[in-house]
Write a protein that binds this ligand. Structure first.
Ligand code: TA6
Length: 277
């Protein structure tokens, strides 16, 4: 991994964010010396395979895709650093990455687009603003998601709020639909669920350092919760056998129904992490 592959935002005081230009994948968010992002002990950084961990960007398709690789191509392309790290008057640091269609993306999916991904590092907050522009002459439909791997001491003690009463698709049970009954969702087995029309904020308990993280989202109406658990983790070459214990994916996305974007129109979404307590 060469230095030019990774962009660092550093506020000092043990607070920084590192973004790999491959996939514009956030690979670290340190807040007061606590790392909140999980990256697999066996992650491959060959600029070919999606980085296992961090915050991969899923576009133009969440899940298996008839046009190309699962979860689309955004996470397996090198993005441009269009705005290098810049500090504003309040000490917040921001950087912007962009990705536009190319001949090879058009071979898979014949549409013109520009993605813009703006990271802002605040004192105890990380904000990600994601914009999809249709720069072509035809409308297109897409799904998208920020596939966050949170680093946790033990996934079995993690709690996720604000899912009670919501319908979810259970990908572990052949996409069976069900309704969440629990006030706080915990994970004690392989979980792969797409919760539909979720609230704009989840509190994730017992994350790194025992902290509660708030995941706040705008225009990302669905929430995916995933952990491969022991058996599936062991079958993944780029995930350490025991890595599943120290990770949990809570993913903000617009995935339940495709979103249609007209020419010259934009889709804007945001995800913010706040260290709450
Ligand atoms: O977000 C959950 C999920 O869709 C799971 O079904 C699992 O496939 C995970 O993404 C990882 O997918 P990947 O293509 O990165 O191995």
């Amino acid at each position: 991994m060469s230095a030019t592959d990774v962009v660092t935002l550093d506020r000092g005081n043990g607070t920084s964010c590192r973004i790999h230009r491959f996939g514009a994948t956030v690979i670290s968010w340190m807040c007061k010396n606590e790392e909140h992002i999980f990256v697999s002990s066996k992650a491959i950084f060959d600029n070919k395979k999606a980085i296992r961990g961090g915050i991969p960007i899923v576009f133009p398709n969440f899940g298996p895709w008839e046009c190309g690789p699962q979860h689309g191509f955004a996470r397996i392309r090198t993005w441009q650093l269009s705005q290098p790290p810049t500090k504003d008057s309040t000490g917040n640091i921001m950087a912007t990455f962009t990705l536009e269609d190319t001949e090879d993306t058009r071979k898979m999916w014949n549409h013109r687009f520009k993605l813009t991904y703006k990271m802002t590092l605040l004192e105890e907050t990380l904000q990600m603003e994601f914009t999809i522009e249709n720069t072509g002459t035809e409308e297109f439909a897409f799904t998208c998601l920020l596939h966050t791997y949170f680093r946790v001491p033990d996934v079995r003690t993690v709690t996720i709020s604000s899912l009670k009463g919501l319908t979810y698709t259970d990908k572990v049970k052949d996409d069976a639909k069900d309704v969440e009954q629990r006030d706080l969702v915990s994970i004690q087995e392989n979980v792969d669920r797409v919760y539909i029309d979720t609230p704009t904020e989840h509190a994730i308990g017992n994350t790194a350092g025992g902290k509660t993280l708030l995941l706040q989202k705008y225009n990302l109406p669905d929430t995916v919760v995933w952990n491969p658990w022991q058996e599936k983790a062991a079958a993944m070459a780029d995930l350490g056998d025991d890595d599943y214990v120290t990770m949990v994916c809570v993913e903000a996305g617009a995935v339940a129904t495709p979103h249609t974007l007209a020419p010259s129109h934009s889709f804007q979404a945001r995800q913010t992490f706040v260290v709450s307590a």
